[in-house]
Design a protein around this ligand. Structure first.
Ligand code: UFG
Length: 331
């Protein structure tokens, strides 16, 4: 299939491009490189075709869709930091919601009717029932989650208006790196737990701050569902294969296992052999105590099986990446 991938130079985007290319698809990347890395896309696709463009540029999107005879789009391009979204909500609305609107306009014009979109567990806010199923009513508690829920509403509307077929893939905590060390996580600034823990192990940071130790969880620290980036990439390929115009697929992508912050630190100490000094600190605003996926629907509808999402594979692949690329793609 001829596939346009927005956000193709980002963390999950680049891993997915690689898997798509390996599966025989023709990938055209689309990225403004504001947060992604050209090197990530080049490595993922063996110097494939990357269009440098902004989501706001609907004309360039439409021209690319037509020129490359695109049959389906995978849409990663978005801002994804909860804290930043609280500080700059309008940025999240403009980039994530209005950007997706531009993409949908271009797709309608070019008559491209298959779309796989990154969504997030953040649309659920702080759900009462764990594990979280797709029936949980959306109730975002921060502008990032709100922007992604707004995007899902646009998808529903586009399905009714021009017959778009879409899959909204609601990720839990993406983590890990490619097993051969070619691709990995490189954010600036880095705010995610696992890369920060490994940066302490590398000596790039002195200590870890554990945000909150009085949560209603077994050890008092927040519990998350970490899902390997390769399993996420695999789900995109499955969604692409399955999707027809007019379809609607909404699935959670998580391992179904909860891991606390302390458990991550302890396992990282074992894998890295570093003591990883950590301090107990204040709670970080907006952190729900526990987020664990019910992934039954993804297993049924996509025949998806998270095969790399055990903690050992997540942490050791991430550790290999960080050790071999202490400055990410900038070397
Ligand atoms: N944490 C620390 N210290 C740090 C960094 C993180 O204790 O230095 C804790 C956080 O407080 C949280 C856990 O580690 O309890 C995981 O934090 P991350 O920042 O790695 O991930 P989040 O759970 O905050 O974010 C993820 C996704 C978002 C999504 C969000 C929904 O990355 O896209 O879940 O809550 F929106």
């Amino acid at each position: 299939m001829n596939v346009l991938v927005t956000g193709a130079a980002g963390y999950i985007g680049s891993h997915t491009c690689r898997l798509l290319a390996q599966a025989g698809h023709r990938v055209v990347g689309y990225d403004n490189l504001s947060r992604g890395h050209q090197a990530a896309f080049d490595r993922a696709t063996d110097d494939g075709q990357l269009v440098i463009g902004d989501l706001a540029n609907s004309a360039l999107l439409e021209e690319t869709l037509r020129r490359e005879s695109i049959e389906a789009v995978i849409h990663f391009a978005a801002f994804g930091l909860v804290g930043e979204s609280v500080q700059y909500p309008e940025r999240y609305h403009r980039n994530n919601v209005e950007g997706s609107q531009c993409l949908l306009e271009a797709m309608q014009q070019a008559n491209v009717l298959r779309l796989v979109v990154s969504s997030t567990t953040a649309i659920y806010g702080t759900p009462k029932q764990i594990p979280i199923s797709e029936e949980t009513p959306p109730d975002p508690i921060n502008p990032y989650g709100q922007s992604k829920w707004d995007v899902e509403c646009l998808l529903q509307e586009a399905r009714g208006r021009f017959g778009l077929g879409y899959a909204a893939l609601r990720y839990f905590n993406a983590a890990g790196a490619s097993l051969d060390g070619l691709l990995g996580e490189d954010h600036d600034p880095e705010t995610h737990l696992i890369p920060i823990v490994l940066q302490v192990a590398l000596g790039q940071r002195e200590r870890l701050s554990i945000f909150g130790s009085d949560y209603p969880t077994p050890d008092g620290t927040c519990v998350r569902d970490y899902v390997h980036v390769l399993d996420l990439a695999d789900a995109h390929e499955r969604a692409l294969q399955r999707l027809s115009p007019g379809d609607c697929v909404e699935v959670n992508l998580g391992s179904g296992q909860g891991t606390s912050v302390l458990e991550i630190v302890e396992q990282a100490r074992e894998i890295t052999g570093h003591p990883i000094p950590a301090d107990l600190a204040e709670r970080r605003p907006g952190d729900p105590p526990r987020l664990i996926a019910n992934n039954h629907r993804a297993r049924m509808e996509l025949a998806w099986e998270p095969t790399h999402s055990d903690l050992e594979t997540i942490l050791s692949s991430a550790w290999d990446w960080h050790r071999n690329h202490p400055h990410g793609y900038a070397q």
